[in-house]
Design a protein around this ligand. Structure first.
Ligand SMILES: [Zn+2]
Length: 263
């Protein structure tokens, strides 16, 4: 899928988690619902850091371009080192290492650890990166027309404001993880979820997605998971724009309303 559909599916997925949390008597305070949905929308772009024309690789100027080159090389190296004789030869790392459950868990776990140990600046950095991505993904038309610097400023100011809101007692810094020193541990959850939702979205497209690596399926270690061929669509096709996008919006709306106990 393309960036906007990935982001929208990420936001909808977190709103769905909010609905489930409300049903399980662990309701999210509204700032957790909002910030989680935005982080998940941003994190749902992250796996494409292995592709130089992806939204995330362009979002932070030379920093993300350099990171993209490193991630692509690393992914390609891991692919070559771990592929079985039944996995096809490839010429680059796109849709390999960063498109797996293991990567999702590592990135989310790393972010959670940083948020818990790094204090306010770590939380701000996590919020900033994901809010910029959320703007690029959800408001892509507006983001394309404005300069990168404006989007970064918007990300930075909203990160600052939202961190202040979350810090207020009862607003959810310690949602789900209530022990001492566990504030903001939950920030890892929308990051893991966003990456997984991205992988599932890619699995629905023609080339599939090796989500389960390094678990072998059949004789392949990089088995491209996906539905039967007839149910797949091309990235950026009308199915994505005219069917999936409205479906994500509706599901997100229902999830959000249920999470806030409005329905
Ligand atoms: Zn992808």
């Amino acid at each position: 899928m393309m960036g906007p559909a990935h982001s929208l599916s990420g936001a909808a997925a977190w709103l769905g988690v909010g609905a489930a949390a409300a049903a399980l008597d662990r309701p999210m305070p509204w700032p957790v619902l909002l910030v989680g949905a935005l982080i998940c929308a941003g994190a749902a772009l992250a796996p494409d850091l292995d592709h130089k024309s992806a939204t995330i690789s362009r979002a932070f100027g030379p920093v993300s371009r350099t990171l993209c080159e490193i991630v692509d090389k690393l992914s390609y190296a891991v692919y070559k080192a771990t592929r079985s004789s039944h996995d096809p030869r490839r010429s680059g790392g796109h849709r390999t290492l960063t498109h797996t459950w293991l990567w999702a868990v590592l990135i989310g776990g790393g972010a959670a650890a940083a948020a818990v140990t790094g204090g306010r600046w770590a939380v701000l950095a996590i919020l900033f990166v994901h809010l910029v991505l959320a703007v690029e993904g959800l408001l892509w038309r507006a983001a394309r027309m404005s300069s990168d610097v404006l989007v970064w400023l918007l990300g930075a100011t909203s990160a600052w404001l939202l961190a202040d809101v979350l810090d207020q007692p009862g607003n959810g810094a310690n949602w789900l993880f209530t022990g001492p020193g566990q504030e903001y541990l939950w920030l890892g959850l929308p990051i893991v979820l966003g990456a997984l939702v991205h992988d599932i979205g890619d699995a629905l497209t023609v080339s599939g997605c090796p989500i389960l690596w390094p678990l072998p399926i059949g004789r392949k270690r990089w088995y491209p998971l996906g539905p039967p061929k007839g149910m797949r669509f091309r990235a950026g096709s009308w199915v994505e724009l005219k069917v999936l996008t409205p479906v994500f919006m509706i599901l997100g709306g229902i999830g959000g309303a249920a999470a806030l106990n409005l329905i």
